[in-house]
Design a binder for this molecule. Structure first.
Ligand code: NAD
Length: 336
């Protein structure tokens, strides 16, 4: 049984902890938090041992028992998943080295924070036995899952992607925009293309980013020039065979992220999470060597199964991507 510590119990951390809990080969060693807010009480309700990142007194004042400090959590864990805010992960890196504990960072950190930038479908093997890995951002994860099978089957000459990004997560009350459509970042290419190149170093990709007033999901408008000329049906069938790509059938009547989230809530998914890329099946179009499609990416959820696979890769318990992905997906309910 792998003992997995979670440092930072926010949007991503609480989902990773719950995903670890349902894996047959993993258990939650505990979660580290700075403050005894509502997420700390949820961790306590779930039975996760709480460790104090910044001192135990605030937790004691709030009648929340702590099992120790973040150092104790790191020492007791086989692998730590750092899910602290962007930049804090890099500041924490020396802690993991000090305790000789393998660590996984998130996409808010620069690639230099870890030995490997990680996507399970694209480069699992690169992380097997590494000391550290960075699970790339939600958008880069979504693009890597799509581009990996396209590269393998048809070759990719050039990718052009416009990312229409949610302005904030539902709990981020201070972010926006609330009434505008922003080129963001206004510079081209946006940082997303270079981030995808941390997974596929030789890929030719240009990206443009926008921000819009929604908290639901990101939407990508994708154009990939392939090196060969498959039919629309062949590409559709290739993508349909990928476990973390969901092709939305026209018959479901899902016209956007709102109905997608409603669908997963109705289906009883925890927090209404959408772990898969959601590709509108009827948008998949091949004209000559140019493929076009729209996909939606749930920013709070798609990196969660990837973190589970990264834990297996670093711990060297599972050498094959396929085996780890299947195990993660079965335990979590991905693709169901
Ligand atoms: P978040 O703010 O929701 O959660 C971070 C948690 O870490 C909070 O509970 C915060 O109190 C806690 N924290 C802050 N400093 C800490 C410290 N020193 N020690 C321990 N805990 C500390 O952030 P998030 O959205 O979960 O993002 C975490 C990482 O995941 C970032 O790198 C982010 O870029 C990346 N990411 C976020 C999303 C998303 O859409 N939310 C998607 C993919 C990747």
């Amino acid at each position: 049984m792998l003992h997995v510590g979670i440092n930072g119990f926010g949007t991503i951390g609480k989902r990773v902890a719950d995903a670890v809990r349902v894996q047959p080969d993993m258990t939650v060693a505990g979660v580290a938090k700075r403050s005894p807010n509502f997420e700390a009480t949820i961790a306590d309700d779930r039975g996760y041992d709480l460790y104090a990142a910044d001192g135990r007194e605030p937790f004691e004042d709030a009648d929340l028992a702590t099992a120790g400090t973040v150092h104790d959590l790191i020492e007791t864990s086989d692998v730590v998943v750092d899910t602290t805010p962007s930049g804090v992960g890099a500041a924490n890196a020396s802690l993991y080295t000090e305790h000789d504990t393998p660590a996984i960072f998130q996409g808010g950190e620069d690639a230099a924070v870890a030995d490997v930038s990680f996507n399970a479908r694209a480069n699992y093997e690169n992380a097997v036995g590494a000391d550290t890995a960075r699970v790339v951002s939600c958008n880069t994860t979504g693009l890597s899952r799509l581009l990996a099978p396209l590269k393998e089957s048809y070759g990719v000459e050039k990718s052009r992607v416009t990312l229409v990004r949610r302005g904030a997560d539902p709990g981020q009350t201070g972010r926006g925009p609330i009434n505008d459509t922003l080129p963001d970042p206004v510079e081209i290419p946006s940082h997303h293309g270079p981030d995808v190149q941390t997974i596929f170093p030789d890929l030719d990709i240009d990206t443009m980013g926008m921000k819009v007033p929604t908290t639901q999901m990101h939407t990508h408008s994708v154009n990939v020039t392939l090196e060969s000329e498959p039919t629309t049906e062949e590409v559709t069938s290739l993508l349909a065979d990928e476990s973390r790509l969901f092709l939305i059938p026209e018959t479901l009547g899902i016209d956007g992220a709102g109905k997608l989230k409603e669908y997963t809530r109705d289906a009883g998914r925890p927090r209404g999470d959408v772990w898969e890329n959601c590709i509108w099946a009827e948008s998949i179009t091949v004209e000559g060597r140019d493929l076009y499609l729209f996909q939606a990416i749930h920013q709070e959820a798609d990196v969660v199964p990837e973190n589970i696979d990264a834990v297996r890769a670093l711990s060297e318990r599972t050498a094959s991507a396929e085996k780890s992905i299947r195990r993660t997906d079965e335990a979590l309910g991905v693709g169901r």
